[in-house]
Design a protein around this ligand. Structure first.
Ligand SMILES: Nc1ncnc2c1ncn2[C@@H]1O[C@H](COP(=O)(O)OP(=O)(O)OP(=O)(O)O)[C@@H](O)[C@H]1O
Length: 303
C-alpha cells in the first residue's frame, strides 16, 4: 500500500502542496485531477522520489520514499513513472526498448512478455522500427510498455495519453487499465482528461488551492459535483439557483417559466450545444438540433 502522510511541499518558500494525505492499495487506480498548476505533476514527482520531502512522509509498504539527498539514483524498483519526457533509446528498435530490462537468461519468456506488451500498446507492427522514427504518440506508447515490462508494483502516470490520437486512445486506455488490474499493479494518474478516469479509476482526488478538496468514486463525483471546479472536469455545466446542472440536464420544452434567448449553437457530434442567455447569464443546453440565434426557448431542469 502507498501511504502519503501530511505531505507539504514548495519549490520556494511558498508551498504548492499543503497537508496532503491519501493511500493507494495494491491494484488500485487513483486519479489526480485539478486545474493547471494545481500541483498534480509535483505530487507525482514527490511520490517517485524526485524531490526531497521536508514535511510529511511517503511509504510504499514499509519502505519510505526518499529523495535525491538520500538516493544516488532517483526511484525504486517497485515503482515506475511515465512522464511527458519519455527517456527512450532513440537508435534502438521498439522491441529492444521494451525488452531492455527483461532478463536475457530466459529468452522465451522475454520474447513472450515483449509480444504481450507490444500488443497491449498496439505496436506489434512497429516492433523492429527505431524509436527515433516514431511519432510522439507512438513514443508515449513505447514508454508505457517499457514501464510495464519492469513489472512495477505501482505505476505513476502523468497525462499518459496526451500525445495519442483519438482513434487509438479509447482502446489503449482499456488495454492499459485492464492490464494493470489483471496484474494487480497500483496506479496513480495525473490527468486533465475525464476519459482517463471515468470507467477506470477507483477513486478521484481533486487538488485545488494546495489541498485535496474532494476524494470520491468517479460516479459519486460526477453525480454530485460539490463545486463548479469539479463539474467542469466532466462536462459543460450551469449554475442555476446555486445548484449545478450539466448541459444534458436542461431540456428544451414547449412551455415553461424558465425562458432563455439563443446566442449560438455548436455541433457536438450526437447533439448540439445550445448557448443561451438566461437572467443575464450564459447557460448551455444539449439539444438534438441547432436553433436560430435570437430564438426564445423554454427549458426545464430534468435532474
Ligand atoms: N521545477 C519547478 N520550480 C519551481 N516551481 C515549479 C516547478 N515545477 C512546478 N512549479 C510550480 O508549482 C506549481 C504546481 O505545478 P505542477 O506542474 O505540479 O502543476 P500541474 O497541476 O501538474 O499543472 P499542469 O496540469 O499544467 O501540468 C505551479 O505553480 C508551478 O509553477
Amino acid at each position: 500500500m502507498l501511504r502519503v502522510k501530511n505531505l507539504s511541499f514548495g519549490y520556494t518558500n511558498t508551498n504548492v502542496l499543503q497537508n496532503i494525505s491519501f493511500t493507494v492499495n495494491a491494484g488500485e487506480y487513483k486519479a489526480i485531477i485539478g486545474e493547471s498548476g494545481s500541483g498534480k505533476s509535483t505530487l507525482i514527482k514527490l511520490i517517485f522520489g524526485e524531490y526531497d520531502v521536508e514535511q510529511g512522509q511517503i511509504f510504499w509498504k514499509d519502505t519510505e520514499i526518499l529523495g535525491p539527498k538520500y538516493n544516488l539514483v532517483v526511484g525504486y524498483d517497485f515503482m515506475k513513472s511515465v512522464s511527458q519526457e519519455f527517456d527512450l533509446m532513440p537508435y534502438t528498435s521498439v522491441k529492444n526498448n521494451i525488452g531492455k530490462h527483461l532478463s536475457r537468461f530466459y529468452p522465451e519468456e522475454k520474447e513472450q512478455r515483449t509480444q504481450e506488451l507490444l500488443k497491449t500498446v498496439e505496436l506489434e507492427d512497429f516492433a523492429q522500427t527505431k524509436v527515433k522514427h516514431l511519432s510522439g504518440g507512438q513514443k508515449q506508447r513505447v514508454a508505457l510498455a517499457r514501464a510495464l515490462a519492469n513489472e512495477p508494483e505501482i505505476l505513476l502516470l502523468d497525462e499518459p495519453f496526451s500525445h495519442i490520437d483519438n482513434f487509438k486512445k479509447q482502446s489503449l486506455r482499456r488495454n492499459i487499465f485492464n492490464y494493470l488490474k489483471a496484474n494487480n499493479i497500483a496506479c496513480i494518474v495525473a490527468t486533465h482528461d475525464r476519459n482517463d478516469v471515468l470507467g477506470f479509476a477507483d477513486e478521484i482526488l481533486v487538488l485545488n488551492n494546495k489541498t485535496i478538496i474532494a476524494k470520491d468514486t468517479p460516479q459519486n463525483l460526477y453525480n454530485n459535483p460539490k463545486s463548479p471546479l469539479i463539474a467542469s472536469f466532466f462536462e459543460e455545466f450551469n449554475v442555476i439557483n446555486n445548484a449545478i446542472y450539466y448541459a444534458h440536464q436542461l431540456k428544451i420544452v414547449k412551455d415553461s417559466e424558465l425562458k432563455a434567448v439563443v446566442k449560438q449553437s455548436y455541433f457536438n457530434g450526437g447533439s448540439w450545444l445550445i448557448e443561451a442567455i438566461f437572467n443575464d447569464n450564459l447557460i448551455y443546453i444539449l439539444h438534438l438540433n441547432s436553433i436560430p440565434i435570437g430564438t426564445t426557448i423554454h427549458f426545464r431542469i430534468a435532474k
